[in-house]
Design a protein around this ligand. Structure first.
Ligand SMILES: Cc1cc2nc3c(=O)[nH]c(=O)nc-3n(C[C@H](O)[C@H](O)[C@H](O)COP(=O)(O)OP(=O)(O)OC[C@H]3O[C@@H](n4cnc5c(N)ncnc54)[C@H](O)[C@@H]3O)c2cc1C
Length: 387
């Protein structure tokens, strides 16, 4: 039994399960609309992917825009980018009002998408042309311009998107949770949900009756709803961080190798570098956190390949994180089946930071009977599209 001081209510309008970025954005958006909501997190806030990623809040990801247009169609690809841009803008508005140094370390420095080879250079060029045509500002860079920004001559070309940002993602999650609390949301940690059924959320030690339960459980969704087993898959990613140094490279969110490899420098001169999952693609599945030596060695080699002049930097930390990959790369956001009491916002795949905000806002709007450009886009992400 939980002590009375840490006992969730027996009744709430909405119960959110999962205290990652998606869960806290949902709680924030609902609470500021006056909805009586309660969030239950089985560990601590940001203990999942939201506190273990590279902190890149970016618009275009491994799915280059031209590829997205081929896979989803032009209209849908554009809507997805607009959904993400709205999320970036909302996040920016909240985060840029506070301190940008210190633990939050939010920087709208922009991103650099860098060509690992000729094939990627062609994709960057064609995708950038299509994005500029659709109203997204960015510029192409040559090798010298890239070197001036981030001290490496490894890349022949790339593109700079000025609206992208990097952040300490764990701190961002905690900050949004604090804002949600300030607006009246109840947030509980170390509270594992064991079962969800129509209008009831059961956790270890009690039950909450509610009008709506929303799963924001990302890679762990199938633990509660087994039918998600073939829709959202747990995929492990590896990250390493160097010790602080006197190297001064602005905190651009850097991505290369078709989204497989990514890094940014922090203001205290740390390199946070992740990726190389393809080295052991079959081994890097499941929900267990595990530092994979093969992939971590490959990250070390990549560090040398990009920054041979900084080889002396000591690696201070290595960790892993679990992503929830969806079947078609798009998240699953909306009502599950025809049950109005059960919703989800899961499967944000390798890049969710730009989208979490819009996901929270769109779901809160629908539940509050509001209509907007975001709610009009929501059907694209219907969890029922695979049935
Ligand atoms: C190594 C790595 C690098 C990444 N890099 C980036 C990046 O640079 N940019 C980017 O945009 N994205 C990145 N991502 C992806 C990004 O982290 C995710 O898309 C995002 O954090 C998803 O947030 P979430 O809230 O859905 O999931 P999570 O943060 O995983 O939150 C889910 C939460 O649900 C909780 N939970 C699960 N089951 C239960 C239960 N039964 N009861 C209660 N609570 C439960 C979990 O404990 C967890 O805290 C990366 C991910 C990884 C792993």
């Amino acid at each position: 039994m939980h002590p009375i001081w840490n006992q969730p209510p027996t009744q709430a309008d909405v119960v959110i399960i999962g205290g990652g970025l998606v869960g806290v954005c949902l709680a924030y958006q609902l609470a500021r609309r006056g909805v009586n909501c309660c969030l239950l997190e089985k560990n601590t806030l940001a203990s999942g992917a939201s506190g273990r990623n590279d902190g890149q809040i970016i618009l275009e990801t491994a799915d280059y825009y031209t590829r997205m247009q081929q896979v989803y169609g032009k209209d849908e690809a554009l809507k997805i980018l607009r959904f993400k841009r709205a999320g970036q803008q909302g996040t920016h508005q909240l985060l840029s009002e506070g301190p940008t140094e210190g633990p939050l370390a939010y920087h709208q420095q922009g991103s650099l998408t860098l060509a690992y080879n000729e094939a990627e250079a062609k994709l960057i060029e064609s995708a950038s042309t299509a994005m500029i045509r659709d109203g997204f500002a960015m510029e192409l860079l040559d090798c010298g311009q890239i070197e001036a920004k981030i001290h490496t001559r490894r890349f022949s070309m790339g593109k700079h998107d000025p609206y992208d940002a990097s952040v300490n993602p764990a701190e961002m999650t905690r900050l949004i949770a604090a804002e949600a609390r300030r607006h009246g949301a109840a947030v509980y940690e170390n509270m594992a949900v064991t079962d969800v059924s129509s209008g009831q959320v059961h956790y270890e030690g009690g039950t909450i009756n509610c009008e709506v339960a929303i799963l924001a459980t990302n890679a762990y969704t199938a633990d509660l709803l087994p039918e998600f087993d073939n829709m959202v898959f747990p995929i492990r990613g590896q990250v390493m961080a160097t010790a602080p140094s006197d190297i001064e490279i602005p905190p651009y969110a850097c991505i290369t190798n078709f989204g497989y490899d990514y890094w940014h420098w922090t203001p205290e001169g740390r390199l946070i570098l992740g990726g190389r999952r393809f080295i052991d693609e079959h081994g890097e599945t499941g929900t267990a956190h595990r530092v994979n030596p093969k992939v971590q060695d490959a990250l070390g080699a990549l560090f040398h390949e990009i920054y041979p002049q900084y080889d002396h930097l000591e690696v201070a930390q290595r960790w892993s994180g679990i992503m929830g990959f969806s079947k078609d790369g798009k998240p699953l956001i909306g009502m599950i089946g025809g049950d109005p009491t059960l919703w989800c916002a899961v499967g944000f795949t390798g890049y969710g930071l730009g989208m979490c905000w819009s996901a929270g806002e769109a779901v809160a709007q629908v539940l509050n009977d509001e209509e907007s450009e975001l709610t009009a886009i929501l059907p694209i992400f219907s969890p029922n599209r695979f049935s």
